[in-house]
Design a protein around this ligand. Structure first.
Ligand SMILES: *Cc1c(COP(=O)(O)O)cnc(C)c1O
Length: 223
């Protein structure tokens, strides 16, 4: 077994264990392998190992890889901060955008023809630089998304803060998700959990895991 296959198998079995421990069905979780900074060849290896969902956080890099691997039938998830002037281009290859956090981005995705799945990113810190909507602003922002043709709201996305235990932070996301469902009953998904905290995220109801280095190995440094 290659190192990549070994790490993937290890993470998969940990996901299964965490799901069962939480009384959840492992098959209900979507594993997105975040492949940023890695070459398209690594994404192709992952596809050969059965991965269908891949995540990227930079538009240029994501677009190139998606074009190169167009024949593989992968689902591309955009998980990085998004500029409104790039938003329409991202929709051309990405089926899911996890980082809706600005009205200008939402407005740029308005369309009567094309459609994209979207998660609202919530900021669990006090630092606006970390991206995401402030919890206090969630309802008006969700209304904006719901009023925008071309976006199908799936749920919430979050990154755990660096200076806090992940589990209570993910519990806050779960609560915010329940709050938002009063406005958007179909938006039941929670995109949370990365290499170091996916077990805690599963315990708090994550439906979409965004896991990079635990599967891919360390990211190559940027050239
Ligand atoms: C890079 C990244 C991940 C994956 O991080 P790892 O720690 O490598 O698992 C998940 N989500 C987002 C938004 C990212 O940018």
């Amino acid at each position: 077994m290659s190192d990549l296959a070994g790490r993937l198998a290890g993470v998969r079995s940990e996901i299964d264990d965490a799901a069962r421990a939480a009384g959840r069905e492992p098959g209900a979780l979507t594993l997105i392998v975040v492949t940023k900074f890695h070459p398209a060849s690594l994404v192709a290896e992952l596809a050969a190992l059965g991965i269908r969902d891949v995540g990227e956080n930079r538009h240029q890099e994501a677009r190139e890889k998606a074009a190169e691997l167009a024949g593989l039938g992968l689902t591309w998830h955009f998980v990085g901060q998004l500029q409104s002037k790039k938003a329409r281009q991202v929709r051309e290859y990405a089926s899911v955008i996890h980082s809706l956090d600005r009205e200008s981005v939402v407005d740029a995705l308005r369309s009567d023809e094309a459609s994209v799945d979207g998660f609202i990113q919530v900021n669990l810190t006090d630092d606006p630089g970390r991206g995401g909507v402030r919890p206090d602003d969630l309802e008006p922002f969700a209304e904006r998304v719901l009023g925008t043709p071309g976006i199908r709201l799936r749920g919430l996305m979050a990154v755990a803060p660096l200076d806090e235990a992940p589990r209570p932070a993910f519990a806050r996301v779960r609560d915010l998700g329940e709050r938002m469902r009063r406005l958007a009953p179909e938006a039941t998904d929670l995109s949370m959990g990365m290499s170091h905290d996916f077990r805690e995220a599963i315990a708090e109801g994550a439906t979409h895991l965004r896991i990079g280095t635990a599967i891919t190995g360390n990211r190559p440094t940027r050239g």
